[in-house]
Design a protein. Sequence first.
Lengths: 63, 519
Amino acid sequence: MNSPIAKIVSLTVLLMSVGSYAFAGAPIAPEIDANTGVAAVALLGGGLLVLQTRRRKSDRESK
Amino acid sequence: MLAFILALEAIVVSVSVDGAALASKPGMITRFVGDYGAWIVKGLIGFAALSAIFVLLAHRSGLALLADELASTTLRAKWFALHLAAIALFGVLSYAFYADSSGRFPPDLIAIAWIGAALGAVSTAALAVAPWHIWDRLVRGAHRLIVSAFAASALACFAGAMSWNLWGPTSRLTFTLVRFILGFFVADIVVQPSAMRIGTHRFAVVISEQCSGLEGAALILTFGLFWLVLCRKDLRFPQAIALVPAGVAILFLLNAVRIAALVLIGHAGAREIATRGFHSQAGWIAFNCVAFAFAIASRHLPWFTVAPRHHAVEFAAAPYLAPFLTILAAGMISRASSGIFEWPYGLRVLAALVALWFFRKRFGAVDWRTGWLGPATGVAVFLLWIGFDRVSVNAMPSALATAAPDLRNSWIALRVIGAVLTVPVAEELAFRGFLLRRMVSADFENVPWRRFTLLALVASSVLFGLMHGERWLAGTLAGLCYAGASLRTGRLGEAIAAHATTNALIAISVVGFGHWSLW
């Protein structure tokens, strides 16, 4: 992983995923439910990674 | 390995130590630890994380030099042994401090020894990783950043502690907003402000403090600030700062909409959907929508960004990640619209098929072929998977067992198609096709399919494992095996075949032998 953005986004995904396990024993919070958070955080992290790979179409065609 | 051991120690300590156990114990220091210990630990973790991020962002070149120096330094065994001794002492003292109520030793004396052991464990771990002169140079070189990180984490802790005072007013504001929204849809609203109860004569909810919208607001505030810092070079300031309060306000309003929708769903007769699926998913769906909107607005609206605009753009990672992400999104929607049982599972299959079809012309670099290694790896992973699981014959979920045969068979067929076809393709594209190669190089499309680094292999497999909930360890090992099959042959098709074989065997085990806990 080269760019700091990708590093930190990935790290955030990892930490929040682990965090949701640490909170798994806590009472379920009605608004943000940690037990169902892994998929949500992965979706957000993955979506942001897709946004980070934005490029002009011509960049691919010229490769 | 050392990082893994330290992380494991931190998780064990955070799970096993509970400040509430100190409430009934005497002693000034003991009471202080009981009242403020959790905030101090949170502050220290925040301080360490912020320091690391600040130093990483601002001192990359200096950090690279230090990293080179550290690479030539081996683990310092003497300090590591002292660390293990300190952590063992900390474990014993934790038991005496939190769990032992015999009163043999004065609690304050144990508290002082416990704090000393904790400080000893942290400092010996630091010295096991790097000699004193490297830490000294790091602190001297980045002391301003470290002071800033300390101030920021202390402020965050103070704000966190103070935020408890906001629960009451914000839940009352949310109550008022829900009442206002419900007024558009229901004529006879049942309102009991003293109990914070609101709803209709058929279905009502209590808006507890955790429903106030503060959790979502804190989450989007954290995300927004991080995003502004990370993308600061492309953003137009001060305009971009406006996105933060806008995001917080929108998510706060969406929380009221969520509660009103929950009441309306329950009022319509779908009590189970309201209280189970929708209740646990809607908050995350709202957060993700606002966070994505925040990110897209900050990067694409000219008022917020200085980055040049291109009319014909594409996203290099989209073909690899979109099938997996659409499965996740469809899963959140299908769970939100389910009660105990996720009947609309087919939505996930459909979403993945649509995404794969949409990007079908951009998979030119993917070698879909497979030989014997893929299926053989799949069988090995299946054996590993059931080895980790206490597989037993479980009853079919009651909702499925009591359903009409056609409906039951259709659901099982879709579940098998998902497990054997769409999930392996989507997950292997995401984790082995994209993430593993992206961690090797930013130009992941030109990374040869056999090339990898140890960090990329392990990190992508751990993330894959985390997606499997309680089975995270088996999932991580499975990820390593699938990656091995792909890297050995240079064909993603081997990993897909391995994954599909594992899932097919699991499906046979479930449907044929009644091991329903595997699904």
